[in-house]
Design a protein around this ligand. Structure first.
Ligand SMILES: Cc1cc2nc3c(=O)[nH]c(=O)nc-3n(C[C@H](O)[C@H](O)[C@H](O)COP(=O)(O)OP(=O)(O)OC[C@H]3O[C@@H](n4cnc5c(N)ncnc54)[C@H](O)[C@@H]3O)c2cc1C
Length: 669
C-alpha cells in the first residue's frame, strides 16, 4: 500500500479526485418505496417491501454491504419472545420495558418486535446467517437448547435473547436485496424530503440527495418513503480521528433523517432526552478492555492481587456461583438484556452485575487497581462462547479485537484482559471499555419520529424504522424487525396511491442549497470546523444542566452558525460537500433538542433531564410526551399521554391493536 507521503514524493503532486465530477447534473429515480439509509433496518425494509412486489430504491451514505452500526456484525439478538424456547410473552416483555422506562419508551415498537423478531431472525437464517450451533461446538452447555440448537444470552432460564454468528449479516442482507432487484444507491446522502405542493406538513412524495463521489444531484420520486438513517452521533461531540476506532458511534450518523423529517413538518417526541456521552469518542476500542458487560456478561473480574469482585442481583443478594450470574433470582420474573434503548431497568428485570459499591471499595483499598477480566474462572464452554463466538461475531470485534489479540498471543485459557485504569467512580458501570465519563458531553437519548401502529410518522407517505429514527426504540433485532414491518405497511400504502407531482420550486431551492458550499471562498470553514462548532454549542448550552437562558442562547448560536460560518462554508469535492450538508442536518437536530428542552418545564429523573430553573423532579402534571413539529417555520408543541398508543383512536390493549393493525399482514414479508 502506498502512503500519502510516498505518493507525493513519487508523483510530485497529490492524487486527483478519482471519480467523474457531475455537479449540477440531475437524475430522477422513481420508486414505489424509497428507503433512506441502508443499515440493518433499511436493508431489511428493502427486502420486505420488494417481497411485497414494490419497486424499491435504497439510498445509503456509505456502502450498504457493511454500513451502519450493525455493519461489522452482531452477536446477540434481543426480544425473540416467540422462539420455541422463550418463557417470556410479548406482553410481559413490553410491560417490563414500559415500566422500566416509566412510560418514556415506545410500547408500539416493543410489542410489534416481540411478536415478530423471531420470524425476522428466521428470515436472516434463510439468507445464510448462522443462528444455531449447527456444528455442535457447545453441546451440553447451560445456554444451549439441545432440540433446536439455539443458544441464549443473559438469562438462561427465560431464553428470549439469542446468540448469533452475525459477522456477515450485512453482506447476506445485501445479496438478498440484489437478488430481489432492489435499486441500491450507495454513496448517496439524502438531503431533503419533497412534499405535496412543497408544503411543510404535506404528503411526502420523494426526496433529494447528492452522490458523495460524483456530486450528482438525485430527485427521488416515491409513493412511500421510510426513514432508516440511524441517529446523530456527531451532535454533542466530534472527534473523528478517535471516533473511527474508539467508540460505538457511526461516523455517518449525522441525524439527517431526523432533520429532513423536521423540515418537512413531521412530529417528534422525547428529543429532550439525552444521556451521558459515554460512547462519544474518548473511550477504548469497543470490547477491547477487560469488562463483564454485554458480550462479556458473566466474566469474573479480579483485582491486581487476584481477588475476585463479588456479583449481586439488583435486590442486593450476593451470588454464590458463576452459574447464578445467568439466572434471575427470587422476585425476578426474567432479565432484560442491556442495549435495548432504555436507560435503566427496574430491579426485577435487571441483569446481575458486580457489587454496586465497587467504586467505594476501590477507594477504601479493598480492591487494588488495575482490574482484570479473568475468563479462566468460567466453564470451558462459557469461555469458548464469549471469546470466539461472541467476541468474533459482535460488531467491531472480529478483526480489531479477536484477530489482533489472538495474533499477539492472547490465550483466554491462561491470560487475563486488563480493564482501563480510571478514577474509582468510573467503575460503577461494568462496561469499562467506555472509559472515564466526561460530564460535559451528552449523547442523544430516545428521541425520534412520533409513529402510529403502522410505524407511520405524522406525515402521510412517511414511515420510520430502526434505532433512533423511531422514538424509544433500539437494538439490532429491533431495527431489522421495525424495517420489515414498516416496509409491509409502506408497500401496502404505495399500492393504493399514484405518484404525486414533484414541486419544481422545492427541488430548485434544495439544489441551490446543496451546491452552495462549492461556490464559497476557500477561506470559508470546512465541515469539520462546522461540526466541531455545533458540538461545542450543544455540549455547552444543552449539557447536563440547562435553563431557559442557556437553551435560548444555544438556539441563537446555532442560528448564527447557520447564517454566518455555515452559509460561507467551503467544500472542495463531493465528499466534503456531503459532509457539509450533514452539518446543516446536525444544526437542525440541535434546534430540535433545544426546542424540546425548552418545552419541558420540569426536571425529570426518568429522562436524566435537569432544568436548573425548574428543579422539581417528575411532577405528575409533566409526566407526558410533548410532540414538537414545525408549522410554517414556527415550532408547535402539543401534549400526548404516555400511553397514547392504548387510547382512542387505538384499542385499549396491545393484543387488540396488533391484531387489528399488524396481524393482517404478519409473516407476509
Ligand atoms: C459495535 C456495535 C455492536 C453492537 N452490538 C449489538 C448486539 O450485539 N445486539 C444488538 O441488539 N445491538 C447491537 N448494536 C446496536 C445495533 O447494531 C444497532 O441498534 C443497529 O444496527 C441499528 O441499525 P439501524 O439500521 O437502525 O441504524 P444504523 O446502523 O445507524 O444505519 C443507518 C444507516 O443510514 C445511513 N444514513 C444516515 N444518514 C443518511 C442519509 N441522509 N442518506 C442516506 N443514508 C444515510 C448510514 O450510513 C447508516 O448506514 C451494536 C452496535 C455497535 C456499534
Amino acid at each position: 500500500m502506498t502512503t500519502w507521503n510516498e505518493y507525493a514524493e513519487e508523483h510530485g503532486t497529490l492524487p486527483e479526485w478519482p471519480y467523474p465530477i457531475r455537479y449540477e447534473m440531475e437524475s430522477e429515480i422513481a420508486a414505489d418505496v424509497l428507503i433512506v439509509g441502508g443499515g440493518v433496518a433499511g436493508c431489511h425494509a428493502a427486502i420486505s417491501a420488494a417481497r411485497q412486489g414494490a419497486k424499491v430504491v435504497l439510498a445509503e451514505t456509505g456502502n450498504a454491504k457493511r454500513s451502519g452500526a450493525g455493519g461489522a456484525g452482531v452477536d446477540h439478538w434481543h426480544g425473540a419472545c416467540t422462539n420455541p424456547c422463550s418463557q417470556v410473552t410479548p406482553l410481559a416483555y413490553t410491560q417490563a420495558c414500559m415500566d422500566s422506562a416509566h412510560g418514556y419508551t415506545n410500547g408500539i415498537v416493543r410489542y410489534i418486535v416481540c411478536n415478530e423478531s423471531w420470524d425476522t431472525l428466521l428470515e436472516c437464517e434463510a439468507m445464510g446467517v448462522q443462528i444455531r450451533d449447527v456444528h455442535d461446538e457447545f453441546k451440553g452447555a447451560d445456554f444451549r437448547d439441545e432440540a433446536t440448537k439455539l443458544m441464549f444470552a443473559y438469562d438462561y432460564q427465560n431464553r428470549h435473547v439469542i446468540r448469533v454468528w452475525g459477522f456477515d449479516i450485512k453482506p447476506r442482507l445485501y445479496s438478498e436485496m440484489e437478488r430481489l432487484g432492489v435499486q441500491i444507491c450507495n454513496r448517496t446522502v439524502v438531503t431533503s424530503l419533497l412534499t405535496d405542493g412543497g408544503r411543510q406538513g404535506g404528503r411526502v412524495v420523494g426526496a433529494t440527495g447528492i452522490n458523495m463521489r460524483t456530486g450528482e444531484f438525485y430527485v427521488f420520486k416515491a409513493k412511500a418513503t421510510i426513514i432508516a438513517s440511524g441517529g446523530a452521533g456527531r451532535l454533542f461531540s466530534f472527534a473523528p480521528e478517535m471516533t473511527a476506532a474508539g467508540t460505538m458511534s457511526n461516523m455517518n450518523a449525522a441525524g439527517t433523517g431526523h432533520a429532513i423529517g423536521w423540515n418537512a413538518g413531521a412530529e417528534f417526541v422525547l428529543m429532550e432526552q439525552t444521556g451521558p456521552g459515554v460512547l462519544a469518542g474518548f473511550g477504548y476500542a469497543p470490547y477491547s478492555m477487560g469488562n463483564c458487560h454485554n458480550t462479556y456478561h458473566g466474566v469474573s473480574i479480579v483485582d491486581a492481587d487476584g481477588k475476585e469482585v463479588p456479583w449481586f442481583d439488583k435486590f442486593g443478594r450476593q451470588l454464590q456461583s458463576v452459574e447464578e450470574r445467568f439466572l434471575p433470582g427470587p422476585g425476578q420474573p426474567f432479565h432484560l438484556g442491556p442495549g435495548i434503548g432504555i436507560a435503566g431497568y427496574l430491579p426485577q428485570y435487571h441483569v446481575n452485575d458486580l457489587t454496586a459499591d465497587l467504586a467505594q471499595r476501590i477507594r477504601n483499598g479493598e480492591f487494588k487497581l488495575p482490574l482484570y477480566a479473568d475468563l479462566t474462572r468460567l466453564s470451558e464452554l462459557e469461555r469458548k462462547c464469549i471469546w470466539g463466538m461472541m467476541v468474533g461475531n459482535e460488531g467491531k470485534t472480529r478483526i480489531p479485537i479477536y484477530d489482533t489479540l489472538g495474533r499477539g498471543g492472547f490465550d483466554p485459557n491462561k491470560d487475563m484482559l486488563q480493564a482501563p485504569v480510571m478514577a474509582p467512580e468510573n467503575y460503577d458501570v461494568s462496561c469499562f471499555w467506555v472509559g472515564a465519563r466526561m460530564p460535559t458531553v451528552r449523547s442523544m437519548g430516545a428521541g425520534g419520529f412520533l409513529v402510529d401502529w403502522d410505524l407511520r410518522t405524522s406525515l402521510e407517505g412517511l414511515y420510520a424504522a430502526g434505532t433512533s429514527p423511531v422514538f424509544g426504540a433500539g437494538c439490532h433485532g429491533e431495527s431489522h424487525t421495525m424495517g420489515r414491518y414498516a416496509a409491509r405497511k409502506a408497500a401496502a400504502y404505495a399500492r393504493t396511491r399514484p405518484h404525486a407531482p414533484i414541486d419544481r420550486r422545492q427541488v430548485e431551492a434544495q439544489k441551490a442549497l446543496a451546491y452552495r458550499p462549492l461556490r464559497q471562498s476557500k477561506q470559508g470553514v470546512g465541515w469539520k470546523e462546522l461540526n466541531a462548532a455545533v458540538a461545542r454549542v450543544m455540549s455547552d448550552y444543552c449539557g447536563r444542566y440547562k435553563n431557559e437562558v442557556t437553551l435560548n442562547r444555544g438556539l441563537s448560536l446555532l442560528r448564527e452558525l447557520k447564517e454566518n460560518e455555515g452559509a460561507a462554508a467551503y467544500a472542495a469535492n463531493p465528499h466534503e460537500l456531503g459532509r457539509t450538508l450533514e452539518c446543516f442536518s446536525l444544526i437542525s437536530v440541535g434546534e430540535m433538542v433545544l426546542q424540546a428542552s425548552l418545552a419541558r418545564k420540569c426536571s425529570s429523573a426518568h429522562l436524566d433531564f435537569s432544568r436548573l430553573d425548574y428543579p422539581q423532579m417528575d411532577p405528575v402534571e409533566w409526566q407526558k410526551l410533548l410532540p414538537i413539529r414545525q408549522e410554517e417555520g414556527r415550532v408547535a408543541v402539543r401534549e400526548l399521554p404516555l400511553d397514547f398508543h392504548l387510547r382512542a383512536p387505538y384499542a385499549a390493549t396491545y393484543e387488540e391493536n396488533y391484531r387489528r393493525v399488524a396481524a393482517a399482514s404478519a409473516g407476509r414479508s
